[in-house]
Ligand binder design. Structure first.
Ligand SMILES: O=C(O)CCC(=O)C(=O)O
Ligand SMILES: [Fe+2]
Length: 326
């Protein structure tokens, strides 16, 4: 592993990977691999998501979160572990904690209309949940979903090359994968004395999935924990997506690629009354993907650190630990 301690996360240009120029493509792969072997996070531009589409999504989710709590509760689906639709304030807590995070969010999954009838996931995945008060949410969020999923597939191609796998190694594993787009509202706190002392916007955690692509990280608060324990603020530009390694990819690579702990800290007391919005796309494979450590990542210096599991088994275990599934 490179011993560099980053003061910020590296910025990359996804157009270098897709340019058709072998040298630029190779340089992108090496820079990405080194960053993922070290801090586990990069920021990328030229990801294909236009500012217009992002603005449209933000306007739409703001409209939804502005509804009263009772209206929003109609879209909660505890019976499916909240994997679609709304999750109310304080319901999710980080693994190993009991205090809920100061956030509410809305989950959008794979568009079942796009999935062929012959594919078993069509019956396995829950139906989307759509709010009648904000009908445009469906169309705009599914368009964002498709666009980010495409960028995610390109990132996985680059990762596959870095791991010396076939470039399309992940392709069939993420086709109609179980990814989730999560629109998050960190809600205003009018009286900070009324929330539990240790409650934060998002307590420190690693993401469950293969990779996460995050829009909206330009706003204050997101920090990643560097190897030496220091918290580094993420300062992405408005035209960048932050893309990080999740626990599934860390398992598959036996920690060659790092799922780095991160958190969203509370603003200073006088700013607790301001909302913060962000939209991560948690890129999951199909449930049957085998997460057994790659042989190429296991040797005498790097003994195997994880039990064998499929993506579906691992996800189930984690949703219980997060308080979302019984
Ligand atoms: O809101 C953010 O900036 C990050 C959220 C996050 O880390 C998560 O939801 O997993
Ligand atoms: Fe996260």
């Amino acid at each position: 592993m490179s011993e560099i301690l980053y003061n910020e996360i590296p910025s990359l240009d996804l157009a270098d990977f897709t340019s058709g120029d072998a040298e630029k493509k190779g340089a992108f792969v090496q820079a990405l691999g080194q960053a993922y072997n070290n801090i586990g996070f990069v920021a990328i531009k030229n990801h294909g998501l236009t500012q217009d589409l992002q603005d449209h999504l933000y306007a739409t989710i703001k409209k939804f979160f502005a509804l009263d709590d009772e209206s929003k509760a109609k879209y909660e689906r505890p019976e499916i572990g909240y994997q679609r639709g709304y999750t109310g304030k304080g319901k999710e807590h980080a693994k190993g904690r009991n205090t809920g995070d100061l956030k509410e969010f809305y989950h959008v999954g794979q568009d079942l209309d796009q999935v062929p009838d012959t594919d078993p996931v069509k019956n396995d995945y829950p139906e989307g949940v759509w709010p009648e008060e904000v009908p445009e949410l469906k169309e705009v969020s599914l368009e964002v979903y498709r666009t980010i999923e495409q960028a995610g597939k390109l990132m996985l191609r680059a990762i596959a090359i870095y791991l010396e796998l076939d470039e399309d190694y992940f392709e069939d594993k993420v086709r109609y994968g179980n990814s989730i787009l999560r629109a998050i509202h960190y809600f205003p706190i009018t009286n900070p004395d009324e929330v539990p002392e240790d409650a934060v916007r998002a307590a420190e955690h690693g993401d469950i999935n293969l990779i996460t692509l995050l829009m909206g990280a330009s706003a204050d608060g997101l920090q990643v924990k560097r190897r030496d324990g220091k918290w580094i603020p993420i300062t992405a530009l408005p035209d960048q997506l932050v893309v990080n390694v999740g626990d599934m990819l860390e398992r598959l690579t036996n920690k060659k690629l790092k799922s780095t702990i991160h958190r969203v800290v509370n603003p200073p007391r006088e700013k607790m009354n301001n909302s913060r919005y962000s939209v991560p796309f948690f890129m999951h494979p199909r449930s049957e993907m085998d997460l057994t450590c790659l042989e190429s990542c296991v040797d005498e210096q790097n003994p195997k650190q994880f039990e064998n599991a499929t993506a579906g088994e691992f996800l189930d275990e984690r949703l219980r630990e997060l308080g979302l599934k019984k």
